[in-house]
Design a protein around this ligand. Structure first.
Ligand code: GUN
Ligand code: FE
Length: 444
Protein backbone atom coordinates (compact mmCIF):
# COMPACT_ATOMS: atom_id res chain seq x y z
CA UNK A 1 0.00 0.00 0.00
CA UNK A 2 1.16 3.43 -0.90
CA UNK A 3 0.36 5.71 2.00
CA UNK A 4 0.82 9.47 2.18
CA UNK A 5 0.13 11.58 5.25
CA UNK A 6 -0.84 15.24 4.94
CA UNK A 7 -0.26 15.02 1.24
CA UNK A 8 -1.73 16.58 -1.88
CA UNK A 9 -3.77 14.56 -4.36
CA UNK A 10 -3.58 16.61 -7.52
CA UNK A 11 -6.26 16.39 -10.17
CA UNK A 12 -6.29 18.47 -13.32
CA UNK A 13 -9.29 18.35 -15.62
CA UNK A 14 -10.45 15.11 -14.10
CA UNK A 15 -7.12 13.36 -14.47
CA UNK A 16 -4.94 12.39 -11.54
CA UNK A 17 -1.47 13.86 -11.58
CA UNK A 18 -0.42 11.88 -8.53
CA UNK A 19 -0.08 12.27 -4.80
CA UNK A 20 2.65 14.57 -3.50
CA UNK A 21 3.99 15.20 -0.02
CA UNK A 22 5.11 18.64 -1.16
CA UNK A 23 3.01 20.34 -3.78
CA UNK A 24 4.98 20.81 -7.00
CA UNK A 25 5.30 24.43 -8.08
CA UNK A 26 3.30 23.92 -11.28
CA UNK A 27 0.18 23.05 -9.30
CA UNK A 28 0.22 25.83 -6.75
CA UNK A 29 -2.37 27.86 -8.64
CA UNK A 30 -4.97 25.11 -8.47
CA UNK A 31 -7.91 25.46 -6.09
CA UNK A 32 -7.41 23.56 -2.89
CA UNK A 33 -9.70 21.45 -0.73
CA UNK A 34 -8.74 20.26 2.72
CA UNK A 35 -10.22 17.06 4.11
CA UNK A 36 -8.61 17.45 7.51
CA UNK A 37 -8.09 14.15 9.25
CA UNK A 38 -10.23 12.06 6.90
CA UNK A 39 -8.72 9.24 4.93
CA UNK A 40 -8.86 9.61 1.17
CA UNK A 41 -9.07 6.43 -0.88
CA UNK A 42 -8.90 5.89 -4.58
CA UNK A 43 -12.38 5.11 -5.87
CA UNK A 44 -13.14 1.39 -5.93
CA UNK A 45 -14.02 -0.48 -9.10
CA UNK A 46 -16.93 -2.91 -9.21
CA UNK A 47 -16.05 -5.04 -12.19
CA UNK A 48 -19.29 -7.04 -12.15
CA UNK A 49 -22.70 -6.03 -10.82
CA UNK A 50 -26.33 -6.57 -11.88
CA UNK A 51 -28.30 -3.33 -11.40
CA UNK A 52 -31.74 -5.00 -11.78
CA UNK A 53 -30.93 -7.44 -8.98
CA UNK A 54 -30.22 -4.74 -6.41
CA UNK A 55 -33.83 -4.66 -5.20
CA UNK A 56 -33.79 -8.30 -4.12
CA UNK A 57 -30.26 -8.53 -2.78
CA UNK A 58 -29.87 -10.49 0.42
CA UNK A 59 -32.96 -12.54 -0.25
CA UNK A 60 -33.42 -15.91 -1.90
CA UNK A 61 -29.97 -17.25 -1.12
CA UNK A 62 -30.96 -20.87 -0.67
CA UNK A 63 -30.35 -22.20 -4.18
CA UNK A 64 -27.43 -22.79 -6.51
CA UNK A 65 -26.93 -20.70 -9.62
CA UNK A 66 -29.15 -22.28 -12.27
CA UNK A 67 -32.12 -22.79 -9.92
CA UNK A 68 -31.57 -19.36 -8.36
CA UNK A 69 -31.74 -17.76 -11.80
CA UNK A 70 -34.94 -19.54 -12.76
CA UNK A 71 -36.72 -19.29 -9.46
CA UNK A 72 -35.82 -15.79 -8.31
CA UNK A 73 -33.67 -13.78 -10.67
CA UNK A 74 -35.54 -14.03 -13.94
CA UNK A 75 -38.90 -13.17 -12.32
CA UNK A 76 -37.27 -10.08 -10.77
CA UNK A 77 -35.66 -9.01 -14.05
CA UNK A 78 -39.00 -9.40 -15.85
CA UNK A 79 -40.24 -6.39 -13.88
CA UNK A 80 -37.94 -4.07 -15.86
CA UNK A 81 -40.32 -4.24 -18.78
CA UNK A 82 -42.19 -1.69 -16.68
CA UNK A 83 -40.38 1.65 -16.81
CA UNK A 84 -42.03 2.91 -13.64
CA UNK A 85 -40.65 -0.04 -11.71
CA UNK A 86 -37.28 0.38 -13.40
CA UNK A 87 -37.18 4.03 -12.43
CA UNK A 88 -37.74 3.27 -8.76
CA UNK A 89 -35.50 0.24 -8.53
CA UNK A 90 -32.65 1.64 -10.64
CA UNK A 91 -32.92 4.84 -8.62
CA UNK A 92 -32.23 2.82 -5.46
CA UNK A 93 -29.30 1.09 -7.12
CA UNK A 94 -27.68 4.29 -8.36
CA UNK A 95 -28.16 6.00 -4.98
CA UNK A 96 -26.53 3.05 -3.25
CA UNK A 97 -23.50 3.24 -5.55
CA UNK A 98 -23.23 6.97 -5.01
CA UNK A 99 -23.13 6.39 -1.27
CA UNK A 100 -20.49 3.71 -1.56
CA UNK A 101 -16.78 3.85 -2.25
CA UNK A 102 -17.38 2.62 -5.81
CA UNK A 103 -16.64 5.20 -8.47
CA UNK A 104 -16.43 2.93 -11.50
CA UNK A 105 -18.46 -0.11 -12.47
CA UNK A 106 -19.18 -2.69 -15.15
CA UNK A 107 -22.94 -3.18 -15.00
CA UNK A 108 -25.43 -5.71 -16.34
CA UNK A 109 -28.93 -4.32 -17.00
CA UNK A 110 -31.70 -6.55 -18.41
CA UNK A 111 -32.71 -7.39 -21.96
CA UNK A 112 -35.10 -4.39 -22.01
CA UNK A 113 -33.78 -1.55 -24.10
CA UNK A 114 -35.89 1.31 -22.62
CA UNK A 115 -35.01 0.41 -19.01
CA UNK A 116 -31.35 0.00 -19.95
CA UNK A 117 -31.28 3.48 -21.44
CA UNK A 118 -32.95 4.81 -18.30
CA UNK A 119 -30.28 3.18 -16.15
CA UNK A 120 -27.57 4.73 -18.32
CA UNK A 121 -29.14 8.16 -17.91
CA UNK A 122 -29.27 7.73 -14.12
CA UNK A 123 -25.67 6.51 -14.03
CA UNK A 124 -24.56 9.51 -16.08
CA UNK A 125 -26.36 11.90 -13.74
CA UNK A 126 -24.63 10.26 -10.77
CA UNK A 127 -21.21 11.38 -11.97
CA UNK A 128 -19.93 7.81 -11.63
CA UNK A 129 -18.15 6.16 -14.52
CA UNK A 130 -19.54 2.95 -15.93
CA UNK A 131 -20.09 0.47 -18.68
CA UNK A 132 -23.69 -0.68 -18.90
CA UNK A 133 -24.90 -3.66 -20.89
CA UNK A 134 -28.28 -4.49 -22.34
CA UNK A 135 -28.41 -8.24 -21.77
CA UNK A 136 -28.83 -10.66 -24.69
CA UNK A 137 -30.73 -13.92 -24.20
CA UNK A 138 -32.61 -15.85 -26.82
CA UNK A 139 -32.94 -19.22 -25.04
CA UNK A 140 -33.18 -20.81 -21.60
CA UNK A 141 -34.46 -17.70 -19.83
CA UNK A 142 -38.03 -17.35 -18.58
CA UNK A 143 -40.50 -16.94 -21.45
CA UNK A 144 -40.96 -13.24 -20.71
CA UNK A 145 -37.22 -12.62 -20.78
CA UNK A 146 -36.38 -14.71 -23.83
CA UNK A 147 -35.99 -12.39 -26.79
CA UNK A 148 -38.12 -13.55 -29.69
CA UNK A 149 -35.22 -14.59 -31.90
CA UNK A 150 -31.48 -14.13 -32.37
CA UNK A 151 -32.22 -11.52 -35.02
CA UNK A 152 -34.48 -9.53 -32.74
CA UNK A 153 -32.00 -9.69 -29.87
CA UNK A 154 -29.19 -8.52 -32.14
CA UNK A 155 -31.32 -5.91 -33.84
CA UNK A 156 -32.42 -4.42 -30.51
CA UNK A 157 -28.80 -4.37 -29.38
CA UNK A 158 -27.75 -2.67 -32.57
CA UNK A 159 -30.39 0.06 -32.11
CA UNK A 160 -29.46 0.49 -28.47
CA UNK A 161 -25.74 0.87 -29.16
CA UNK A 162 -26.40 3.42 -31.86
CA UNK A 163 -28.60 5.40 -29.50
CA UNK A 164 -26.22 5.47 -26.53
CA UNK A 165 -22.69 5.19 -27.81
CA UNK A 166 -22.07 8.93 -28.07
CA UNK A 167 -24.80 10.12 -25.77
CA UNK A 168 -22.97 10.17 -22.45
CA UNK A 169 -19.55 11.20 -21.25
CA UNK A 170 -19.09 8.70 -18.44
CA UNK A 171 -21.54 5.93 -19.32
CA UNK A 172 -20.74 3.63 -22.21
CA UNK A 173 -22.32 0.52 -23.70
CA UNK A 174 -20.79 -2.93 -23.27
CA UNK A 175 -21.90 -6.02 -25.21
CA UNK A 176 -23.55 -8.42 -22.73
CA UNK A 177 -24.44 -11.95 -23.83
CA UNK A 178 -25.70 -13.20 -20.43
CA UNK A 179 -23.81 -16.50 -20.67
CA UNK A 180 -23.63 -19.40 -23.11
CA UNK A 181 -26.74 -21.21 -21.76
CA UNK A 182 -28.87 -18.15 -22.70
CA UNK A 183 -27.39 -17.44 -26.15
CA UNK A 184 -27.87 -19.51 -29.30
CA UNK A 185 -25.03 -19.97 -31.76
CA UNK A 186 -26.81 -17.68 -34.17
CA UNK A 187 -27.08 -14.93 -31.59
CA UNK A 188 -23.38 -15.29 -30.72
CA UNK A 189 -22.55 -15.03 -34.41
CA UNK A 190 -24.56 -11.83 -34.71
CA UNK A 191 -22.98 -10.40 -31.56
CA UNK A 192 -19.57 -11.08 -33.08
CA UNK A 193 -20.55 -8.89 -36.00
CA UNK A 194 -21.84 -6.13 -33.75
CA UNK A 195 -18.65 -6.25 -31.69
CA UNK A 196 -16.55 -5.98 -34.83
CA UNK A 197 -18.64 -3.13 -36.20
CA UNK A 198 -18.41 -1.03 -33.03
CA UNK A 199 -15.28 -2.31 -31.33
CA UNK A 200 -17.06 -2.23 -27.97
CA UNK A 201 -16.03 -4.31 -24.95
CA UNK A 202 -17.75 -7.51 -23.85
CA UNK A 203 -18.85 -8.85 -20.47
CA UNK A 204 -20.28 -12.21 -19.52
CA UNK A 205 -20.10 -15.08 -17.04
CA UNK A 206 -17.67 -18.00 -17.15
CA UNK A 207 -17.18 -21.26 -15.27
CA UNK A 208 -19.10 -20.10 -12.24
CA UNK A 209 -20.90 -23.20 -11.04
CA UNK A 210 -20.71 -26.93 -11.68
CA UNK A 211 -24.32 -27.20 -12.88
CA UNK A 212 -23.77 -24.37 -15.36
CA UNK A 213 -20.59 -25.93 -16.73
CA UNK A 214 -22.31 -29.28 -17.19
CA UNK A 215 -25.09 -27.55 -19.09
CA UNK A 216 -22.63 -25.77 -21.38
CA UNK A 217 -20.95 -29.12 -22.09
CA UNK A 218 -24.34 -30.49 -23.06
CA UNK A 219 -25.16 -27.50 -25.28
CA UNK A 220 -21.77 -27.34 -26.98
CA UNK A 221 -20.20 -30.79 -26.70
CA UNK A 222 -17.64 -30.01 -29.40
CA UNK A 223 -15.93 -27.27 -27.33
CA UNK A 224 -12.95 -28.43 -25.25
CA UNK A 225 -13.79 -25.97 -22.44
CA UNK A 226 -16.40 -23.32 -21.65
CA UNK A 227 -14.31 -20.26 -22.56
CA UNK A 228 -13.78 -21.72 -26.00
CA UNK A 229 -17.49 -21.17 -26.67
CA UNK A 230 -16.95 -17.39 -26.39
CA UNK A 231 -13.64 -17.59 -28.20
CA UNK A 232 -15.30 -19.32 -31.16
CA UNK A 233 -17.16 -16.05 -31.75
CA UNK A 234 -14.16 -13.80 -31.06
CA UNK A 235 -15.76 -12.58 -27.86
CA UNK A 236 -12.90 -13.61 -25.58
CA UNK A 237 -10.15 -11.00 -25.48
CA UNK A 238 -7.34 -10.58 -27.97
CA UNK A 239 -7.26 -12.72 -31.05
CA UNK A 240 -4.00 -12.57 -32.96
CA UNK A 241 -5.35 -14.69 -35.80
CA UNK A 242 -7.73 -11.97 -36.89
CA UNK A 243 -5.75 -9.13 -35.31
CA UNK A 244 -8.50 -7.94 -32.98
CA UNK A 245 -8.41 -6.97 -29.36
CA UNK A 246 -11.83 -7.45 -27.84
CA UNK A 247 -11.75 -6.08 -24.32
CA UNK A 248 -13.50 -8.74 -22.25
CA UNK A 249 -14.55 -9.11 -18.62
CA UNK A 250 -15.56 -12.61 -17.52
CA UNK A 251 -17.18 -12.93 -14.11
CA UNK A 252 -16.27 -15.73 -11.68
CA UNK A 253 -13.90 -18.27 -13.31
CA UNK A 254 -14.24 -20.48 -10.25
CA UNK A 255 -13.74 -23.76 -12.10
CA UNK A 256 -11.64 -22.75 -15.11
CA UNK A 257 -9.54 -25.59 -16.48
CA UNK A 258 -5.83 -25.12 -17.15
CA UNK A 259 -6.58 -24.71 -20.85
CA UNK A 260 -9.21 -22.09 -20.14
CA UNK A 261 -6.86 -20.22 -17.79
CA UNK A 262 -4.11 -20.30 -20.39
CA UNK A 263 -6.42 -18.87 -23.05
CA UNK A 264 -7.54 -16.09 -20.69
CA UNK A 265 -3.91 -15.27 -19.99
CA UNK A 266 -2.96 -15.31 -23.65
CA UNK A 267 -5.97 -13.23 -24.68
CA UNK A 268 -5.77 -10.79 -21.78
CA UNK A 269 -9.29 -11.56 -20.59
CA UNK A 270 -10.17 -9.83 -17.31
CA UNK A 271 -11.52 -11.91 -14.47
CA UNK A 272 -14.09 -10.32 -12.18
CA UNK A 273 -13.64 -12.18 -8.91
CA UNK A 274 -16.91 -12.16 -6.94
CA UNK A 275 -16.27 -13.98 -3.67
CA UNK A 276 -19.53 -13.16 -1.89
CA UNK A 277 -21.59 -14.46 -4.78
CA UNK A 278 -19.49 -17.60 -5.01
CA UNK A 279 -20.26 -18.29 -1.35
CA UNK A 280 -23.96 -17.38 -1.45
CA UNK A 281 -24.69 -19.55 -4.48
CA UNK A 282 -22.43 -22.34 -3.22
CA UNK A 283 -20.45 -22.00 -6.44
CA UNK A 284 -16.99 -22.58 -5.01
CA UNK A 285 -13.75 -20.64 -4.42
CA UNK A 286 -11.90 -19.11 -7.33
CA UNK A 287 -8.14 -19.77 -7.05
CA UNK A 288 -7.15 -16.11 -7.20
CA UNK A 289 -3.62 -16.61 -5.88
CA UNK A 290 -2.99 -19.03 -8.73
CA UNK A 291 -4.38 -16.53 -11.26
CA UNK A 292 -2.27 -13.73 -9.78
CA UNK A 293 0.86 -15.89 -9.94
CA UNK A 294 0.11 -16.57 -13.61
CA UNK A 295 -0.18 -12.85 -14.27
CA UNK A 296 -3.86 -12.78 -15.21
CA UNK A 297 -5.86 -9.55 -15.12
CA UNK A 298 -8.16 -9.57 -12.13
CA UNK A 299 -10.53 -7.14 -10.46
CA UNK A 300 -13.28 -7.54 -7.86
CA UNK A 301 -17.02 -7.61 -8.41
CA UNK A 302 -19.92 -7.41 -5.98
CA UNK A 303 -22.13 -9.47 -8.34
CA UNK A 304 -25.23 -8.14 -6.64
CA UNK A 305 -27.54 -10.00 -6.10
CA UNK A 306 -25.49 -13.20 -6.15
CA UNK A 307 -23.45 -11.03 -3.81
CA UNK A 308 -25.68 -9.48 -1.17
CA UNK A 309 -23.77 -6.21 -0.76
CA UNK A 310 -22.68 -3.54 -3.22
CA UNK A 311 -19.72 -2.66 -1.01
CA UNK A 312 -16.37 -3.27 -2.64
CA UNK A 313 -14.84 -2.99 0.82
CA UNK A 314 -16.88 -6.08 1.54
CA UNK A 315 -15.51 -7.72 -1.61
CA UNK A 316 -11.96 -6.96 -0.42
CA UNK A 317 -12.48 -8.68 2.91
CA UNK A 318 -14.36 -11.57 1.30
CA UNK A 319 -11.57 -12.05 -1.25
CA UNK A 320 -9.04 -12.32 1.57
CA UNK A 321 -11.21 -14.67 3.56
CA UNK A 322 -12.04 -17.07 0.74
CA UNK A 323 -8.36 -17.16 -0.26
CA UNK A 324 -7.59 -18.27 3.29
CA UNK A 325 -10.18 -21.03 3.01
CA UNK A 326 -8.76 -22.09 -0.36
CA UNK A 327 -5.28 -22.26 1.16
CA UNK A 328 -6.43 -24.21 4.22
CA UNK A 329 -9.06 -26.47 2.68
CA UNK A 330 -8.04 -26.92 -0.95
CA UNK A 331 -4.37 -26.40 -1.71
CA UNK A 332 -1.68 -25.10 0.64
CA UNK A 333 0.64 -24.17 -2.20
CA UNK A 334 -1.58 -21.09 -2.81
CA UNK A 335 -0.95 -18.60 -0.05
CA UNK A 336 -3.85 -16.41 1.17
CA UNK A 337 -4.15 -12.89 -0.24
CA UNK A 338 -2.89 -10.14 2.02
CA UNK A 339 -4.74 -6.86 2.48
CA UNK A 340 -2.68 -4.83 0.05
CA UNK A 341 -3.21 -7.40 -2.71
CA UNK A 342 -6.98 -7.41 -2.31
CA UNK A 343 -6.98 -3.61 -2.12
CA UNK A 344 -5.01 -3.57 -5.33
CA UNK A 345 -7.59 -5.84 -7.02
CA UNK A 346 -10.37 -3.46 -5.96
CA UNK A 347 -8.60 -0.39 -7.32
CA UNK A 348 -5.70 -0.57 -9.71
CA UNK A 349 -6.28 -4.24 -10.53
CA UNK A 350 -9.82 -3.43 -11.56
CA UNK A 351 -9.11 -0.05 -13.05
CA UNK A 352 -5.62 0.96 -14.02
CA UNK A 353 -4.99 -2.27 -15.82
CA UNK A 354 -8.41 -3.46 -16.60
CA UNK A 355 -10.69 -0.59 -17.29
CA UNK A 356 -8.09 1.80 -18.64
CA UNK A 357 -7.10 -0.97 -20.88
CA UNK A 358 -10.67 -1.70 -21.83
CA UNK A 359 -11.67 1.79 -22.73
CA UNK A 360 -8.24 2.82 -23.90
CA UNK A 361 -8.80 6.43 -23.03
CA UNK A 362 -8.03 8.82 -20.27
CA UNK A 363 -11.42 9.26 -18.77
CA UNK A 364 -11.10 6.02 -16.90
CA UNK A 365 -7.93 7.31 -15.39
CA UNK A 366 -7.15 7.03 -11.76
CA UNK A 367 -8.77 10.31 -10.83
CA UNK A 368 -11.70 9.27 -8.70
CA UNK A 369 -11.21 9.69 -4.98
CA UNK A 370 -13.50 9.08 -2.08
CA UNK A 371 -13.21 10.53 1.38
CA UNK A 372 -14.02 7.87 3.91
CA UNK A 373 -15.69 8.27 7.28
CA UNK A 374 -14.05 6.99 10.42
CA UNK A 375 -14.91 9.60 12.98
CA UNK A 376 -14.78 7.04 15.78
CA UNK A 377 -11.11 6.46 15.30
CA UNK A 378 -9.58 9.82 14.53
CA UNK A 379 -9.50 10.39 18.26
CA UNK A 380 -7.46 7.29 18.96
CA UNK A 381 -3.91 8.41 18.37
CA UNK A 382 -2.40 4.95 18.65
CA UNK A 383 -3.87 3.89 15.31
CA UNK A 384 -1.64 4.74 12.41
CA UNK A 385 -3.32 5.78 9.18
CA UNK A 386 -2.45 2.39 7.68
CA UNK A 387 -4.31 0.65 10.49
CA UNK A 388 -7.21 3.09 10.18
CA UNK A 389 -7.41 2.29 6.47
CA UNK A 390 -7.59 -1.46 7.03
CA UNK A 391 -10.12 -1.13 9.84
CA UNK A 392 -12.28 1.05 7.64
CA UNK A 393 -12.40 -1.55 4.93
CA UNK A 394 -13.19 -4.36 7.37
CA UNK A 395 -15.86 -2.22 9.02
CA UNK A 396 -17.42 -1.38 5.64
CA UNK A 397 -17.18 2.32 6.40
CA UNK A 398 -19.03 4.57 3.99
CA UNK A 399 -17.66 7.66 2.32
CA UNK A 400 -18.37 11.10 3.72
CA UNK A 401 -21.01 13.32 2.24
CA UNK A 402 -18.41 14.21 -0.30
CA UNK A 403 -19.15 11.18 -2.38
CA UNK A 404 -17.87 9.95 -5.62
CA UNK A 405 -20.10 12.27 -7.60
CA UNK A 406 -18.86 15.36 -5.93
CA UNK A 407 -15.36 14.20 -5.64
CA UNK A 408 -15.33 13.43 -9.31
CA UNK A 409 -16.33 16.97 -10.00
CA UNK A 410 -13.89 18.51 -7.57
CA UNK A 411 -11.21 16.94 -9.66
CA UNK A 412 -11.71 19.74 -12.08
CA UNK A 413 -11.07 23.36 -11.21
CA UNK A 414 -14.57 24.34 -12.13
CA UNK A 415 -16.17 21.65 -10.00
CA UNK A 416 -14.04 22.40 -7.00
CA UNK A 417 -15.61 25.76 -6.41
CA UNK A 418 -19.06 24.27 -6.32
CA UNK A 419 -18.33 22.02 -3.36
CA UNK A 420 -18.94 24.16 -0.36
CA UNK A 421 -20.93 22.19 2.14
CA UNK A 422 -21.87 18.86 3.61
CA UNK A 423 -25.43 17.54 3.76
CA UNK A 424 -26.35 20.08 6.46
CA UNK A 425 -25.03 22.92 4.42
CA UNK A 426 -21.97 23.47 6.58
CA UNK A 427 -18.37 22.51 6.05
CA UNK A 428 -15.69 23.08 8.59
CA UNK A 429 -12.26 23.24 7.12
CA UNK A 430 -9.38 22.48 9.39
CA UNK A 431 -6.07 22.79 7.64
CA UNK A 432 -3.44 20.15 8.01
CA UNK A 433 0.15 21.19 8.60
CA UNK A 434 1.16 20.78 5.00
CA UNK A 435 -1.78 22.79 3.75
CA UNK A 436 -1.02 25.54 6.24
CA UNK A 437 2.51 25.52 4.98
CA UNK A 438 1.19 25.83 1.46
CA UNK A 439 -1.19 28.66 2.35
CA UNK A 440 1.52 30.53 4.25
CA UNK A 441 3.72 30.25 1.23
CA UNK A 442 0.95 31.59 -0.96
CA UNK A 443 0.50 34.57 1.31
CA UNK A 444 4.17 35.36 1.60
N1 GUN B 1 -24.90 -16.34 -14.77
C1 GUN B 1 -25.83 -15.93 -15.65
N2 GUN B 1 -26.59 -14.96 -15.14
C2 GUN B 1 -26.13 -14.74 -13.90
C3 GUN B 1 -26.53 -13.85 -12.86
O1 GUN B 1 -27.45 -13.05 -12.97
N3 GUN B 1 -25.81 -13.92 -11.70
C4 GUN B 1 -24.78 -14.78 -11.55
N4 GUN B 1 -24.12 -14.79 -10.39
N5 GUN B 1 -24.40 -15.63 -12.50
C5 GUN B 1 -25.08 -15.61 -13.66
FE1 FE C 1 -23.22 -12.06 -12.40
Amino acid sequence: LDLHENAFAVCVDGVSKGVFDILPEEYTDLPLWDHGDALIFPGMVDLHVHAPQYAFRGMCMDLELMDWLNRYTFPEEEKYEDLEYAKKAYGLFVDALKNSATTRACIFATCHRPATELLMKLMEESGLVSFVGKVNMDREASPALTEASADISAYTTFGWINAVKDKFKNTKPILTPRFIPCCTDQLMEELREIQMAYGIPVQSHLSESKGEIEFVKFLRPEDPFYGDSYNDYDLFGKNDDIDTDVKTVMAHCVWSSDEEVELMRKNGVFIAHCPASNMNLTSGIAPIRKYLDLGLNIGLGSDVAGGHSESIFRAITDAIQVSKMYFRMVDEQYKPLVFSEAFYLATKGGAMQNLDYIIGSLYWSNSCLVVVKDSDYTDVPTFTNAVRGKKLVYELATPLELQATNVLSINTQKGLNTITSDSNGTMTVTYTESVKHYLDKQEA
